[in-house]
Design a protein around this ligand. Sequence first.
Ligand SMILES: CC(C)(COP(=O)(O)OP(=O)(O)OC[C@H]1O[C@@H](n2cnc3c(N)ncnc32)[C@H](O)[C@@H]1O)[C@@H](O)C(=O)NCCC(=O)NCCS
Ligand SMILES: Nc1ncnc2c1ncn2[C@@H]1O[C@H](COP(=O)(O)OP(=O)(O)OP(=O)(O)O)[C@@H](O)[C@H]1O
Length: 198
Amino acid sequence: MFVIGLTGGIASGKSTVSKILAQAGAHIIDADKIAHDVVMPNQLAWQKIVSHFGMSTILENGQLDRAALGATVFSNPAQRKWLEELIHPFVRAAIEKKIQVWNAEKKEIVVLDIPLLYEAGWDTLADETWVVSVDTATQLKRLVQRDRLSLMQAQKRIDSQMPLIEKVKRADYVIDNMFDLAKTREQVLKRWNQIRKR
Ligand SMILES: CC(C)(COP(=O)(O)OP(=O)(O)OC[C@H]1O[C@@H](n2cnc3c(N)ncnc32)[C@H](O)[C@@H]1O)[C@@H](O)C(=O)NCCC(=O)NCCS
Ligand SMILES: Nc1ncnc2c1ncn2[C@@H]1O[C@H](COP(=O)(O)OP(=O)(O)OP(=O)(O)O)[C@@H](O)[C@H]1O
């Protein structure tokens, strides 16, 4: 089994690349999705969040108010650290379990789609790392458009991550996602085909 660690900055295009890889036959582990699943109502992490942040972080249906929690933690690094220290061990355990299962099932290529791959030190789970890169103006524009955040909210989210330029330096393979999707697909499939041939 070969494991690709796919990362980038927020809204740089990880999900877009991960979709292309899935269509090509990769098996995807999506850390954002796992992080959403572990805070479903009444789970241990959900209970700890409610006792720590209070009922104002819960919607009427019991789900986390992700916008409210995001507004709090992306303006307060100490609270973000608290939330990460709670959620990350659950996410890491789920990722390791899935890797184990897929390894036993002899899946050929697995992709770890993890926004905080380097920040969390989880790049060691991968055989090689890919970074999806865009310039800061494009990142901000796409983030504001997709998530309907104000410029200031979007900038706070970007600033809470390792600078994208730093991630690019650490990457084994960089995908430049500044252009159209065809160009991105071309770069993804180029490296994908090299890995397949090994
Ligand atoms: C604060 C929360 C509730 C906001 O939820 P929201 O639905 O608005 O965002 P979502 O979870 O879909 O994340 C969107 C993007 O935000 C960025 N992001 C998320 N968490 C973090 C973080 N702790 N630090 C920096 N960037 C982050 C990532 O690029 C991610 O792809 C949520 O992001 C969260 O629980 N974060 C802590 C868990 C975590 O670190 N998740 C990242 C994957 S392990
Ligand atoms: N090459 C491109 N050209 C134009 N728009 C793009 C391109 N790639 C991605 N986008 C758009 O930019 C936004 C961010 O892309 P995407 O959701 O793939 O980023 P992400 O890195 O997965 O984000 P997150 O860190 O929040 O998970 C989306 O609205 C997507 O449709």
